[in-house]
Design a protein around this ligand. Structure first.
Ligand code: KG4
Ligand code: ZN
Length: 338
């Protein structure tokens, strides 16, 4: 507690970002330090789990010191420690969980293990101080694609999920196929802005009528086939056009399903979350669709969409209020469900 504020330390290490933040009263960011391993994994064309976990181990104490320093607080001022307990790369998640448990044990600070996906949704509480559940949320990340009804803090009803690849996974795989490399999402986003989204037609997979589920794995194959076909004909497809056409195929499906859920359930607020929510095309197109339907869209800043510690701190703050602390048997779980 400092100056009457309840301080939560948020620790995130589920993939390739070692991230720690200090958040006041679940809503106000005092520091949000993100140590990205992008440069390390670029050489391998994607995240190498073993290398990622080793780097978390090397970095986590430095990131902790920086997060406390930038917030101008000491460990003894911290009232609660929140940490991602899953889902994620298991060797990575355990580093954050071990760090959180050690701090909790050594300093007697209550501990809360947070579902990473609830963390992504909670990025919106940081950006929009007045936002409270219930609302509809689109969660689009490297590992998940979900449309959910957020009924209360940390409580979701899943309306739809991907049946194969997540949206971010599709961006990353297609980026590799067309030679853009890692990290795929931001590179496709940038290339797509210079390309023609109608240049190549990729099939939109909508599944059964009324379903909010997704399927993106076929898109990668479609892109691969078109690239190979063009090569065999001695033609070169501009990378920007492939990127724009692929991205549009993903966005058309996402926007259509979100707006169908809005209509069917009479929602008036939609929140987006997860790394792919940083995509400029998704932000534009969903904004336009929501405006047309008279629905308010909540868009966290891109830095809050991708993995960070502040979102974990916010989720932990509300979880602690409703469910209390976890004990030191808290464990990491790679496939933790929503
Ligand atoms: O949420 P996140 O940081 O980590 C996971 O929880 O997975 O999401 C990472 C994913 C990656 O697949 C990355 O390519 C994608 O988000 N991503 C983007 C953009 N920025 C990150 N996808 C599309 N456009 C972007 N601008
Ligand atoms: Zn994430």
């Amino acid at each position: 507690m400092k100056n009457g504020s309840f301080l939560t330390l948020g620790i995130e290490s589920s993939c390739d970002e070692t991230a720690i933040a200090v958040v006041a009263d679940g809503r106000r960011i005092l520091s949000n330090v993100i140590s990205s391993q992008i440069d390390i994994h670029t050489a391998y064309g994607g995240v190498v789990p073993e290398i990622a976990s080793r780097n978390h181990l090397q970095n986590i104490n430095l990131v902790l010191d920086q997060a406390l320093g930038e917030a101008g607080v000491r460990l003894e001022d911290i009232d609660l420690i929140g940490v991602t307990k899953g889902p994620g790369l298991i060797g990575c998640v355990v580093i954050g969980v071990a760090c959180a448990k050690a701090l909790s044990f050594a300093r007697g600070i209550p501990l809360v293990g947070v579902n990473h996906m609830h963390g992504h949704v909670s990025a919106n509480y940081l950006q929009y101080p007045d936002l409270e559940p219930p609302f509809l949320a689109l969660i689009v990340s490297g590992g998940h694609t979900n449309i959910v009804e957020v009924k209360a803090y940390g409580q979701c009803e899943v309306l739809g999920a991907t049946r194969d690849d997540a949206a971010g996974e599709a961006f990353d795989k297609v980026a590799r196929v067309i030679g853009l490399g890692y990290p795929g999402g931001p590179k496709i986003d940038r290339a797509a802005r210079r390309g023609d989204p109608d240049a190549i037609h990729f099939k939109r997979v909508l599944l059964e009528p009324g379903s909010y589920d997704f399927s993106f794995s076929g898109l990668k194959t479609q892109v691969l086939n078109r690239v190979n076909q063009a090569r065999m004909q001695g033609k070169d497809l501009p990378v920007e056009d492939i990127a724009a056409s692929f991205q549009q195929a993903v966005l058309d499906v996402i926007v259509e399903k979100v707006m169908a859920a809005v209509k069917e359930r009479g929602e008036d607020r939609v929140v987006i979350a997860g790394g792919v929510a940083a995509n400029s095309g998704l932000r534009d197109q969903l904004s336009r669709a929501c405006e047309g339907a008279g629905v308010r869209l909540y868009l966290p800043d891109p830095v809050l969409c991708t993995d960070n510690g502040a979102m974990i701190a916010s989720a932990a703050y509300y979880q602690y209020q409703t469910q209390g602390p976890d004990d030191l048997t808290l464990d990491a779980r790679a496939d933790l469900p929503l």
